[in-house]
Design a protein around this ligand. Structure first.
Ligand SMILES: NC(=O)c1ccc[n+]([C@@H]2O[C@H](COP(=O)([O-])OP(=O)(O)OC[C@H]3O[C@@H](n4cnc5c(N)ncnc54)[C@H](OP(=O)(O)O)[C@@H]3O)[C@@H](O)[C@H]2O)c1
Length: 228
């Protein structure tokens, strides 16, 4: 499938690399391709420069958000949640119309220092904001509750553990389920919460996720859900 990966951070790189490995035709989107290629130092999260990753994944073309979105039959939003609307505006409504947008973002706001707060919560979510701004697109929240390594390699965590999807379009959710299956998520480990409004829960879980990261000393963990 032709896939647009919007986002050049660790999540965008990990998902793009895995999708490329799986045989998809991936274009990774950024604000300013020349500027992204010119970066030499580590970013604020300590990730190495984009070019280091790109040398090992030369088949993944780097392009502007608009060019990437035009290429993708499916769009992945792996941009900073506080900037996702700006990134999608740059992608352009025409390039998003009718397409599935798998939204893995979290609305972490670092502008007031550490720990981050959620810029959107309680009565709204990034996924809903995107769906509201682009009603012709088909938004599915997914994978935002796990680290990038776990997203593409659920077997890295022993035992049964789950991820969540939420979105208004059942066919779009089936498409996302298919992709998650390619990553290794068994059907019974993907919990469909319901409509896009239900993205609020997984997005607000981020506060607990950050505490768990601190307590466990690693971002590579996940939650299991047991029922009677
Ligand atoms: N890190 C994790 O383990 C994890 C797990 C689950 C979910 N997430 C979520 O996944 C998303 C990606 O995370 P990440 O750590 O890979 O990267 P990130 O640093 O959160 O986001 C990087 C991307 O956001 C874009 N961006 C930043 N400011 C922008 C602006 N003002 N306008 C347009 N675009 C802007 C950047 O564009 P440029 O390419 O132009 O720099 C870059 O592509 C985030 O929403 C994060 O919360 C992360």
């Amino acid at each position: 499938m032709k896939i647009a990966m919007l986002g050049t951070g660790m999540v965008g790189r990990t998902l793009a690399g895995k999708l490329d490995e799986l045989g998809h035709d991936v274009v990774i989107g950024t604000r300013d391709p020349a500027g992204t290629l010119a970066r030499t130092g580590r970013d604020m999260q300590g990730s190495p420069p984009f070019t280091d990753w790109h040398q090992a994944h030369a088949a993944v073309r780097l392009a502007s958000f608009a060019d990437a979105a035009a290429h993708g039959e499916l769009i992945v939003n792996a941009t900073a949640g506080v900037a996702s609307l700006a990134a999608l505006e740059a992608a352009g409504a025409d390039a998003l119309a009718g397409k599935v947008i798998m939204d893995v973002s979290n609305a972490l706001d670092f502008s007031h220092g550490m720990p981050p707060t959620l810029a959107v919560a309680n009565t709204d979510s990034v996924a809903e904001q995107i769906q509201h701004a682009y009603p012709a697109a088909r938004v599915v929240k997914a994978l935002n509750t796990v680290s990038s390594m776990v997203m593409t390699d659920p077997g890295h965590i022993p035992g049964g553990h789950v991820v969540f999807i939420a979105g208004d379009d059942d066919q779009a959710k089936a498409t996302v389920r298919g992709l998650l299956g390619e990553f290794g998520w068994a059907a019974d480990t993907i919990i469909d919460l319901g409509g896009v409004r239900l993205a609020r829960g997984p997005e607000m879980y981020m506060l607990l996720w950050l505490s768990l990261w601190g307590a466990l000393g690693t971002p590579d963990f996940n939650i299991a859900v047991h029922r009677s």
